[in-house]
Ligand binder design. Structure first.
Ligand SMILES: [Zn+2]
Length: 268
């Protein structure tokens, strides 16, 4: 009897091992296929004007982590990487800052007045260039809850397109980072309220959480974050593109049709 149970127990263990291995293999295959899909859809970003905004800088360094990491440095690094990957896909990328600076006048008055001027100029850059999307990169902080964690996107309440873009980026953050289950959230921020295009604030993690502070300072993780945001943007723009958008040269289309008439293809 004992032997039978022992044999059955070993079968059970084998079954669990197969199940776990199967799950992880499927996950790897799924991720690989999704990455290929994103690569195939990267055309959706071609010629799109994207404003990438590294949060803070200059007069306002942003939040500080328990071991001294500063928001303005992390946001700049991730934004730079995001700008690179967007440019590689053919997007026209404008960054609101490329060093430790802000956009306010040095003699702009109080800190609050300069902060307002800085934010309004960041949004104005996007509005003046009629950008297709405004992406602002920030880090979150919650000092009274040091275990609070997870990247999250924010959009302007009432903005349908902002919500779609934020949701697309959020689902990629959840799928690829595997350390956040947060949802895209509607919050009234100055930048998203005044932007005339889909605008999203991506809080890439909690700097008040020591583990995430360290992660966000890691160059590879920063690159991963940039790819994840890019991936969400690719999917958003691909979903919004229609095959008939843009001018269609009817004569050319007809010529192609005539050229190929009579040819049939069998299903593989
Ligand atoms: Zn911030």
């Amino acid at each position: 009897m004992l032997r039978v149970i022992r044999v059955r127990f070993s079968y059970l263990c084998l079954f669990v091992v197969i199940l776990v291995l199967g799950y992880f293999s499927l996950r790897v295959i799924y991720d690989h296929m999704e990455n290929r899909r994103v690569a195939a859809l990267s055309w959706s970003l071609a010629n799109k004007v994207i404003v990438v905004d590294p949060g803070h800088g200059g007069i306002d360094p942003g939040s500080k982590g328990p071991t001294g990491a500063i928001e303005e440095d992390i946001t700049l690094e991730v934004a730079r990487k995001l700008a690179t990957v967007l440019s590689q896909a053919g997007a026209i990328v404008l960054m609101t800052r490329e060093s430790d600076m802000d956009l306010s006048d040095a003699e702009g008055g109080s800190l609050l007045a300069r902060k307002r001027q800085d934010l309004s100029r960041r949004v104005a850059l996007a509005n003046e260039h009629e950008a297709d999307a405004f992406i602002s990169v920030h880090v979150n902080s919650f000092k009274s809850g040091p275990l609070e964690h997870g990247a999250q996107t924010f959009y302007q309440p009432g903005s349908e397109e902002g919500k779609k873009l934020a949701t697309s980026i959020q689902s990629e953050l959840v799928r690829m980072l595997r350390n956040t289950n947060r949802k895209a959230k509607a919050v009234d921020y100055y930048t998203t309220r005044n932007a005339k295009m889909p605008a999203v604030i991506v809080e890439i993690g909690f700097i008040s959480n020591a583990k995430e502070e360290k992660l966000m300072g890691d160059v590879d993780y920063q690159g991963k974050l940039a790819y994840v945001i890019y991936s969400g943007m690719v999917k958003y723009f691909a979903e919004h593109a229609t095959p008939t958008s843009g001018a269609v040269d009817k004569e050319k289309a007809m010529e192609t049709f005539m050229h190929n008439k009579g040819e049939t293809y069998n299903a593989p």
